[in-house]
Ligand binder design. Structure first.
Ligand SMILES: Cc1ncc(C[n+]2csc(CCOP(=O)(O)OP(=O)(O)O)c2C)c(N)n1
Ligand SMILES: [Mg+2]
Length: 354
């Protein structure tokens, strides 16, 4: 089974444990916040799936459930001036960067007060108030784009780092290779995460490439590449911290392959019958939130009561955000023809709606 293929990398854990690595200093506040953000991402997406089943969602839902260690760990240390260029499965990273959960839900529901004012679904959600450039649909296009964004920062002497993401399928496209080469030449301060979730839609890894690790692709571009346990929040955070520091000090980009599993279908309309049941069962034991919770309890970092309080505060936020989003108006018809060309494109700011 594919899962056993990945038992040797440095940071790879076992289902019940998070190994003791040198994580750097993590304060109690950060331990709590990491848990809260993972839980918030999970619950927002579960809520979106439920709204989808009620026929309320405009467009699709592409859940990143099971990816929370990657989406939270990779974006956790980003500063306001840094950029996030998420993929279709990275809504949780957007919330880590500051995107309010009520905007995520308003976007799913196609409301006029959503960041794109009701145009498009959740996938292309951007928010320039938080330096988030939403997913460009054509897989691969995010990398050359974000190289350009950080290059602008380099030229203006206003350095910023950027984090972007690929799937295990997306890395086979030309833009990935051109973009990574360009990033290497420009010493772009970019962390490129590969969310290896074992499938690209219905295509398993065995039909996609013949490498042991996608991180090996980094060698071809003269940059560092690592493969890590993508269901271990602390491994993702430690690795991100290391490469962020490296990028901020002018040493250029890195490629970080995170091994995980797409535990649901490609989107809410995909039952994913092509995924072996046994494989899913094994991966569910490695759920990143449950693993982190066990770690926090075992190490006496948080108590059951602390965890319950955090979970309740997430439930309260979700209830408030859903109520707000459902009460928002749909866009007026004439809005469909506005904002299409640059000439009529007003500066996007969502502050007015907060
Ligand atoms: C150039 C291009 N080809 C195909 C698609 C359609 N498409 C969207 S997501 C997807 C699967 C991507 O798989 P992967 O990169 O592994 O990411 P995952 O969905 O598993 O997170 C495909 C084929 C697209 N958006 N762009
Ligand atoms: Mg994939």
């Amino acid at each position: 089974m594919a899962i056993e293929h990945y038992t040797t990398p440095q940071y790879y854990g076992i289902p019940e444990e998070i190994p003791d690595l040198n994580y750097g200093k993590i304060s109690l506040k950060e331990y709590r916040l990491l848990y809260r953000l993972m839980q918030l991402g999970r619950r927002v997406e579960e809520t979106a799936i439920s709204l989808y089943r009620q026929g309320k969602i405009v467009g699709g839902v592409y859940p990143g459930i099971g990816h929370e260690a990657i989406t939270v760990g990779s974006a956790f240390d980003l500063r306001p001036e840094d950029w996030l260029a998420p993929m279709h499965r990275d809504l949780t990273a957007q919330m880590v960067k500051g995107q309010p959960s009520k905007f995520v839900l308003a976007q799913y529901l196609g409301r006029y007060t959503s960041p794109t004012r009701g145009k498009d679904g959740s996938v292309h959600l951007s928010n320039y108030d938080y330096n988030i450039n939403g997913c460009i649909s054509h897989i691969g296009a995010m990398l050359p784009f974000i190289v350009g964004v950080t290059y602008a920062g380099q030229l203006r002497n206003k350095p910023c780092v950027a984090v972007t993401y690929f799937g295990d399928g997306g890395v086979s496209i030309g833009d990935f290779h051109e973009g990574l080469n360009f990033a290497s030449v420009l010493k772009s301060p970019i962390l490129v995460f590969i969310e290896n979730n074992q499938f690209a839609y219905s295509t398993p890894l065995s039909k996609q490439y013949n490498l042991f690790s996608q991180a090996d692709r980094a060698i071809a571009y003269g940059i560092p590449g690592v493969m890590i346990d993508g269901n271990n929040i602390l491994a993702v955070l430690a690795t991100t911290r290391y490469f962020l520091k490296r990028a901020r000090s002018g040493l250029g980009p890195s490629l970080i392959e995170c091994i995980t599993m797409r535990v649901l279908g490609h989107s809410a309309h995909d039952a994913a019958d092509y995924v072996p049941k046994e494989m899913l069962k094994e991966w569910k034991k490695m759920d990143p939130i449950q693993r982190y919770k066990r770690y926090l309890l075992r190490k006496n970092i948080l108590s059951e009561q602390d965890i319950a309080e955090i979970e309740q505060s997430v439930e309260d936020e979700i209830a408030e955000s859903v109520a707000w989003a459902e009460a928002q108006p749909f866009p007026p018809g004439e809005w469909a023809g506005l904002g299409v060309y640059a000439t009529s494109f007003e500066k996007r700011s969502n502050k007015a709606f907060e």
